[in-house]
Design a binder for this molecule. Structure first.
Ligand code: FE
Length: 201
């Protein structure tokens, strides 16, 4: 028996990971040590441009998203590549330690990278908190909350009579009646079996 659906019960959050030159949405963030300068780990997809940028930088920041976050932030950082757009153009940020922090967040942690571990699809980056602050005391958005509300959050609408498919992993949307046989998500690389059909509105 190997029902990996149980991994969906692991509590994960919604964060904007930034470093010099770019950033992306991440969900797998953990505090992995305690004390005054705890270690934070974050898992970043290998085919993500932010992964490449992290190798060229010594720091990253995590901005913690709330349930009431402006969905534009998720769209900008989640469904685009910093290869193609400047993600900071339309999103309000403030610079700390030369890294852009999302203003519309609950707060941030800036970490100095101390280690990284290559795993099959992702790299685990480990950083020590060097600066951090809380902007607002509100409820953070969990990954599960995002999954349950992403259609309304992202206001995904399909034209009448047309079908759209959403990647259950990253939220990429494909418009078309059927997904091509060998379709792979252009953003996160997963196969068509992880796409869900969206109902027409
Ligand atoms: Fe995807």
């Amino acid at each position: 028996m190997k029902n990996i659906n149980i991994t969906r019960k692991i509590t994960q959050g919604m964060y904007v990971l930034t470093t010099k030159g770019g950033g992306c949405i991440v969900d797998a963030v953990s505090q992995i040590s305690s004390g005054n300068s705890p270690l934070i780990s974050v898992s970043v997809m290998k085919n993500n441009n932010t992964n490449k940028l992290l190798r060229e930088n010594d720091k990253f920041a995590l901005s913690v998203l709330s349930k009431e976050v402006n969905p534009e932030i998720i769209k900008t950082f989640g469904f685009n590549s910093s290869r193609d757009i400047n993600k900071f153009e339309k999103i309000e940020t403030t610079q700390i330690e030369e890294i852009e922090i999302i203003k519309n967040s609950l707060g941030y942690m800036v970490c100095e990278i101390v280690d990284s571990v290559e795993n099959d699809t992702h790299t685990l980056f480990i950083g020590r908190i060097i600066e951090a602050d809380v902007f607002e005391e509100k409820e953070a958005m969990s990954y599960q909350y995002y999954q349950e509300h992403k259609e309304e959050l992202l206001k995904v609408t399909t034209e009448k009579g047309k079908t759209a498919w959403i990647c259950s992993i990253c939220g990429y949307i494909y418009y078309g009646e059927e997904l091509p046989e060998d379709f792979k998500c252009p953003l996160c690389g997963v196969g068509r079996e992880l796409f869900e059909k969206l109902k027409e509105k």
